[in-house]
Design a protein around this ligand. Structure first.
Ligand code: MG
Length: 401
């Protein structure tokens, strides 16, 4: 089931856009700066309003820019989106602006997502993970594991130590919580005079457990002028498509299990190989790598590497899916053909389809699997082996479609 169909309480979004961009060295607030033909703030609001499940979105704008904010959002967004949009006056700090947003959200809203105005590339999948995470756990934030090695540096630029990063995550937004939890955290912060740099720190301060859900490397924050160049380059890729083709064949031997598309098939022979020899998963994985221009499965998972001995090939497929996501692509659809004389595969095709769709994070209908014989001609026809072909189409509108 597509995850947006899962049930969650009525959800609203607050976008604190109170900053006037002093760090950017630009006279205009940075949320008004152009990114691929649209103001940053329009990209940000659109990412949420494209989801019909978002009932209300409040932008907390600087008092001096209220009218400008209203005008530009109404100029660039359709009426079906602006009717869920409110602009309110923000405060001096982010915290004040979010609080103003909380006061402006309609009473029916039970789940609140707070998102930085300057993260215009937030994608649908990240928003949905936050929405469903908050519905399930009460409070979550989008975050990504720290990638770079971290150094603690003392006086004179001397490294004091290398920080263990295995438990360190970089906080992003959305930060999401049940409305009553968010309101409680803000009321307590006010009472104690606590100022946090994000909403999670306010929730944490009152002992509310906050989990991380997977964010995205693309969900960058436009803080400096060069970030705008990176964001523009990422957006430029949007709407592009890539095609990929994969082919694989393995020999049928005694003493091995026959696994196709992650399904174990009842047969006296199995496919020979270093991994589980899932020829269908291999063809699909190769097609994805081909579309990305990233070589082939042998380059990424060499058959000389003992860690891949007898490995479940679906794990390799999921790793490639992850790479695809990091590059801003998602699978549009795949068409697969298994060339196999025996056994009969028809009873297993639906289960294969489900497995491959789950690994690629698409609905099963996006994966078509056909099985054919070669009428006893050639190596597949003689039952010496099984082959598989895959054609895929990747799309880069990962963000909002
Ligand atoms: Mg193979």
């Amino acid at each position: 089931m597509p995850s947006e169909l899962l049930h969650h309480p009525p959800a609203g979004v607050i976008i604190p856009a109170g900053g006037t961009g002093s760090r950017f060295g630009h006279p205009q607030p940075k949320q008004f700066l152009d990114l691929a033909g649209l103001p940053i703030l329009v990209h940000t609001c659109k990412a949420f309003l494209d989801l019909e499940t978002i009932r209300s979105l409040v932008v907390a704008a600087p008092a001096a820019y209220m009218q400008d904010t209203i005008d530009l959002l109404h100029m660039h967004l359709p009426a079906s989106q602006t009717n869920r949009l409110h602009v309110t006056v923000g405060g001096a700090t982010r915290q004040d602006s979010v609080q103003a947003g909380l006061r402006s959200l309609p009473a029916e809203i039970d789940l609140v997502l707070v998102h930085d105005a300057a993260r215009p590339l937030v994608d649908r999948a990240t928003i949905l993970r936050c929405l469903h995470g908050a519905a399930q756990f009460g409070a979550v934030i989008a975050a990504v594991p720290v990638k770079d090695t971290l150094k603690k540096v003392g006086n004179g630029g001397m490294i004091e130590k290398t920080v263990d990063r295995s438990h360190l995550w970089q906080a992003q937004t959305p930060q999401a919580a049940a409305r009553r939890l968010m309101e409680h955290a803000f009321a307590e912060a006010n009472r104690r005079g606590f100022i946090g740099t994000d909403e999670a720190s306010l929730l944490e301060a009152v002992g509310i457990p906050v989990r991380v859900v997977e964010g995205s490397e693309r969900n960058l924050k436009v803080t400096r002028p060069e970030d705008l160049l990176v964001a523009a380059a990422l957006l430029k890729e949007e709407g592009t498509m890539k095609i990929g083709h994969g082919f694989d064949a393995h020999r049928l031997v005694a003493g091995r299990r026959l696994i196709l598309g992650g399904v174990t098939i009842d047969y006296e022979l199995g496919l020979d190989g270093h991994s589980d020899a899932d020829v269908l998963a291999h063809a699909l994985t190769d097609a994805l790598l081909g579309a990305l221009g990233a070589g082939d499965i042998g380059r990424h998972f060499p058959d000389t590497d003992p860690q891949y001995k007898n490995i479940d090939s679906l794990l390799l497929l999921m790793q490639v899916q992850q790479q695809m996501e990091e590059r801003g692509y998602r699978l549009g659809n795949a068409d697969l053909t298994i060339v196999c004389q025996r056994p009969k595969l028809a009873p297993y095709l639906a289960a294969m389809q489900d497995n491959l769709a789950r690994c690629c994070k698409v609905p099963p209908a996006a994966i078509n699997i056909k099985a054919t014989t070669t009428e006893k001609m050639g190596y597949t026809g003689r039952g010496e082996g099984i082959a598989a072909h895959a054609v895929v189409l990747l799309r880069s509108d990962f963000g909002n479609k």
